[in-house]
Design a protein around this ligand. Sequence first.
Ligand code: DO4
Ligand code: MG
Length: 319
Amino acid sequence: MLETAAWTPGLRLGCRAVGLGASVVGFLSKGAVRKPIMKLYRTTSGYVIEEHDRFYLPGKDRGPGESWELLTTRDDLHGHLLRQIQGGNGSEAARPALQDLQAPIGNQEVWAAGVTYYRSREARIQESKSAGGGDFYDRVYDAGRPELFFKATPHRVVGPNGKVAIRDDSSWSVPEPELALLVSPKARIIGYTIGNDMSSRSIEGENPLYLPQAKVYDRCCALGPCILVAPEPLPSSTEISLEIMRGGMSEFAAATTLASMKRDPLSLVEYLYRSNSFPSGCFLLTGTGIVPPDSFTLAPGDEIRIAITGIGTLINTVG
Ligand code: DO4
Ligand code: MG
């Protein structure tokens, strides 16, 4: 069965969500209004804004002592950053060094959606066959209500170049490369980053009720390298790719696009915020469309590279 695009970002994300251009450059729309796509980096010495390959330190519009927590809950994040770099407001800076980058998370909880791509449905049915769990994945793929689960608190999240973990009691572990939404307390999608939903397939496959243990543990999640803040919807051609390096050689590589995602990000957010409040906002991972073959399991020392068009590449080592 072929996957079909069930949502068309360009048409449907207009009012509340921001989006991702094919590349991170400022661009001129027809009316010559500049709508820059910006990247926001969290570094050991504060935050840095990138626009059109130029880097800026926050400008005068920055509130006194504005923290990352405050910044990343703003519904007007795009306009706020823009004001800081326009009209000579912000001072130019150097590209942040990789070793200075931090996970772009403040006090947010991290949640995740599951079985949003056909490939994920297929893999879960297979892994849980002997436990009789296959039917659940089939049903949730087609249901109106999505699978949403709690993934991590900030202390379980690592940033760019950080070490993600595989559980000691897991015999079969994989990374899950996912588009992550940064959602404000008022349920507005204000940015995008790359997420790695590290998972134990042996524990999840033994019994679907073990999902929280398969998913939530120390260093179970990576986010970064930046927050993409853009005024336009994500194109469905946006590519998500995964490469796993072992001993300097490519062990597994695959790619998908957002066109293969069955759910609309706005609808995932809408379900997540039903009867549920997020005073610090949250990150929502949108599910994986890439699952390595069943013969593959991660090993210590593996390097996981996840790239998303327009955002960049998140690199982590298993350690
Ligand atoms: O249903 C189990 C988890 C699914 C998941 O994490 C995914 O599809 O990305
Ligand atoms: Mg996942």
